[in-house]
Write a protein that binds this ligand. Structure first.
Ligand SMILES: [Zn+2]
Length: 254
């Protein structure tokens, strides 16, 4: 299984429009971060987790020609705003299955009303088939199973997903004991780490490291990163030996 980091930045991306912070001005490609998403592939299977506003650019960068489904974590715009750009896949494949919490499906129906139109739908509009994700009900993705992991982003429920020995959790601030049990014996854990300073709805760096210490994956990657966390190269030097800052276009094999 291969995991390709399509984007690793927090909601505004890095650089931020009109901001002169040194990290936003950095010439290191690893300091340029699109909005968070990953592309997971194995054999002929191809899935993305989230579809944010950078989706088109990300799909061009990674060369994804075929998409089996989108798994959504939650409805925030940095994770969903690219839904209109699935159309090239629709034109080649037909409707794309979308897995999400029922609350997220309802939210998408309001925000992308034209996608769900049943009368006089515009022929070029995106086309999706929604499938509700229910906690503690793993579902098939190709010949593997995706296990939903329920986490909290402040007061908002968010799904992470485990597939085999890989788990992807973003926008976590708190997680219950029963959910942490789903994360035993991971080869790779991806988890969010926003910045050094605490934040109301996101793990800061220390909280992410404490969580990694608790879960004990073989390797962990940090994502959903703010420019104020610092330069990629400098932050990486301070991390434990099995923890890495993810960066855009990084591809790992599990
Ligand atoms: Zn987010």
């Amino acid at each position: 299984m291969k995991v390709y980091f399509l984007g690793t930045g927090t909601s505004q991306g890095i650089p931020i429009i009109g901001v002169d912070h040194p990290v936003c001005k950095s010439t290191d490609a690893k300091d340029k971060r699109l909005r968070v998403a990953i592309w997971i592939t194995w054999n002929e299977h191809s899935y993305v987790i989230d579809c944010g506003p950078d989706f088109r650019q990300q799909m061009l960068s990674c060369g994804c020609r075929h998409l089996d489904a989108i798994l959504f974590t939650h409805e925030h715009a940095d994770h969903t705003a690219g839904l209109d750009d699935i159309r090239p896949y629709n034109f080649r494949q037909g409707e794309i299955p979308v897995y999400a919490h029922q609350r997220v499906i309802d939210n998408l129906k309001r925000r992308f009303e034209y996608v769900f139109e049943t009368v006089n739908k515009y022929p070029g509009a995106p086309s999706v088939k929604t499938i509700e994700v229910i906690n503690n009900e793993p579902f098939a993705v190709g010949d593997k199973m995706a296990i939903p992991v329920n986490v909290m982003h402040g007061d908002l429920q968010v799904f992470g997903y485990r597939i085999d020995d890989f788990a992807y959790l973003t926008d976590v601030k708190t997680i219950e004991e029963a959910e942490i049990k789903k994360l035993k014996n991971l080869k790779v854990l991806v988890v969010n780490a926003l910045r050094v300073e605490p934040h109301d709805t996101h793990f800061n760096l220390q909280e992410a490291l404490d969580f990694i210490n608790l879960v004990q994956p073989e390797i962990a990657y940090l994502t959903h990163i703010s420019h104020v966390l610092g330069f990629h190269e400098e932050v990486q030097k301070q991390l434990p030996k099995n923890v890495f800052l993810a960066y855009d276009n990084l591809e790992i094999t599990i």
